[in-house]
Design a binder for this molecule. Structure first.
Ligand SMILES: Cc1cc2nc3c(=O)[nH]c(=O)nc-3n(C[C@H](O)[C@H](O)[C@H](O)COP(=O)(O)OP(=O)(O)OC[C@H]3O[C@@H](n4cnc5c(N)ncnc54)[C@H](O)[C@@H]3O)c2cc1C
Length: 399
């Protein structure tokens, strides 16, 4: 939609083929229905938030950055606001306004929109694109074909990986894909009883079988029936290399990130001194949210009924060590049905980063999530879609 709206209507007749019965189904659910369409971060910061192939995005982002995105939408009448972390949303908090805006622009730009029009195959002739074959068997001639079919995440929105098949059929390489910005499945004996518990300022690190640290950050997380979710976990899923076998990894939680081990030990000494005759299990209420107390007492290895004044130094320090390092074994990534994005896609080495044109097939372009580029949450993934769309539009318009 962005690309079709930006192509110079004097230079090309644009046909937009969408297999759904309406445009922008995924846009509708972005940002929990509020549409976090970009981020005010400068390009350098934005590149740091791109997890796969940031260098490929350099030219496209500098040519059409978040300021350009905001100008574009504002010129189309969309009022915007910026929230925590530089996230930009429609002022109305309604993602559908983004789709409405883009649809209006398609009309202005005289784009011929065909809904319920899936593409089955891309046609080529002598190393150049010649058109597409539609799902109902029509051959549509074209000098240029721009593939904007998305990835595999939330397939109910229409993103079912068709662009990957098109690329493979044409002999292009598609790198391995996996769900990303996705909850992680983990040891249910710890996670399931805590399902629904949300924790802030938690240190999270992930190590492999040899103890090598693969990820470290802190933030907010949520226990689920199958494992863990929440912002810091989604970030972890994006930062872990896609070929990593998650099921061999261990996640470590530091439940008192703000305290050093010594400070935490002091706090436990104080807590136990103030309640000498209380049973251990009744003395931890100020340390954890209620739903976690029982789990932490069990993990401590200290008898729950033991009076606080009988807890030994070793037991107390062992407990402090566990609070700062709850180990949870990971079982795998969540599925595409719950993944915000797909990691992997059309290998960017085969695509010109200035134009998004396939190097070996003239007139064929790939934009958005179908490419092997993905980023953290915060409006960066849509910015990747807008910037790559703008690059292809410029190329096709000859500007
Ligand atoms: C729940 C959720 C929330 C998100 N929130 C945000 C957010 O707030 N901010 C952000 O930056 N990113 C967010 N994202 C990611 C962002 O939505 C995607 O990265 C972005 O939409 C990718 O755009 P795209 O145009 O490449 O692909 P898509 O948006 O997936 O669009 C692809 C389109 O192509 C159509 N199509 C597919 N195959 C064919 C075919 N064969 N023929 C014809 N049409 C076809 C599909 O029906 C679809 O309409 C979110 C994603 C999800 C799932």
């Amino acid at each position: 939609m962005m690309c079709a709206g930006l192509i110079d209507a004097h230079k090309a007749d644009v046909l937009l083929l969408e297999k759904n019965e309406k445009l922008g189904k995924k846009l509708f659910i972005t940002g929990k229905g509020r549409g976090n369409l970009t981020n005010i971060a400068d390009v350098r910061t934005m590149l740091e938030c791109i997890s796969s192939n940031p260098k490929f995005m350099y030219s496209a982002l500098y040519s059409f950055d978040s300021a350009a995105t905001m100008d574009y939408f504002e010129a189309l009448g969309l009022k915007l606001k910026t929230e925590r972390g530089g996230r930009v949303f429609p002022l109305s908090d309604h993602a559908y306004e983004i789709t409405d805006c883009l649809s209006r622009r398609l009309k202005q730009n005289k784009v011929n929109v065909c809904l319920k029009s899936g593409v089955k195959k891309i046609l080529t002739d002598n190393g150049r694109v010649s058109g597409v074959l539609s799902a109902d068997g029509r051959e549509i001639q074209a000098d240029c074909v721009i593939v904007a079919t998305g990835g595999l995440s939330y397939p109910s929105t229409g993103s079912t990986g068709d662009g990957f098949s098109f690329a493979r059929e044409l002999g292009l390489k598609v790198t391995d894909t996996c769900p990303s910005l996705v909850p992680l499945n983990a040891d249910k004996t710890i996670c399931t009883p805590l399902a629904g518990v949300s924790l802030k300022n938690i240190g999270v690190s992930i190590t492999d079988r040899k103890g090598k640290k693969l990820f470290e950050d802190f933030g907010e997380l949520l226990f689920t029936h199958n494992g863990l979710s929440g912002p810091v976990i989604l970030t972890a899923s994006s930062r872990l290399p896609k070929n990593t076998d998650i099921s061999g990894l261990t996640l470590h939680l530091d439940l008192k990130k703000a305290l050093s081990f010594e400070q935490l030990d002091e706090r436990l000494i104080r807590e136990f001194k103030e309640n000498p005759n209380k049973q251990f299990k009744n003395s931890v209420g100020s340390l954890f949210v209620h739903k976690m107390e029982e789990m932490m007492v069990a993990l401590s290895g200290i008898s729950p009924e033991k009076p606080c004044n009988s807890i030994s130094r070793e037991e107390r320090q062992g407990f402090a060590r566990i609070i700062k390092n709850v180990e949870i074994s990971l079982k795998g990534r969540g599925s595409y049905d719950e993944a915000v994005i797909t990691k992997g896609g059309v290998d960017v080495r085969q695509v010109d980063p200035k134009t998004m044109e396939a190097k070996e097939i003239k007139g064929l372009y790939f934009i958005g999530e179908v490419l092997d580029v993905d980023a953290l949450t915060g409006g960066f993934n849509l910015q990747i879609a807008w910037s790559t769309a703008a690059a292809a539009a410029r190329a096709v318009s000859g500007s």
